[in-house]
Design a protein around this ligand. Structure first.
Ligand SMILES: [Cu+2]
Length: 97
């Protein structure tokens, strides 16, 4: 039997979180290890960022309406995040094994 291995598994998925009216939608998202999350700014004029206090404060650049920012999750666990300029905007990514 022939087995093939890829750095990025063929089954890895990309999920979209919409940023709209100062909320992350969905605010809680469950994904699999290796999946990518893409944040889409669906606002009319406000820019946002995504910041992970648990990942050493890793923060995206500000992204503007119709722009996206993507990140691939390699480690299982729960990753809480918030918007840099609007810390009251909160979300979480739960990465399953
Ligand atoms: Cu924001």
């Amino acid at each position: 039997m022939l087995a093939l291995f890829f750095a990025v598994p063929a089954w890895a998925d990309t999920h979209t979180v919409k940023v709209v009216e100062y909320r992350f939608e969905p605010s809680s998202l469950r994904i699999k290890t290796g999946d990518t999350v893409r944040w889409l700014n669906a606002e009319k004029r406000t820019s946002h960022s995504v910041r992970f206090p648990g990942l050493g404060g890793l923060e995206s650049d500000r992204f503007f309406p119709d722009e996206t920012w993507s990140m691939r999750f390699e480690q299982p666990g729960r990753h809480d995040y918030h918007c840099g300029p609007h810390p009251e905007m909160k979300g979480q990514i739960v990465v399953e094994d």
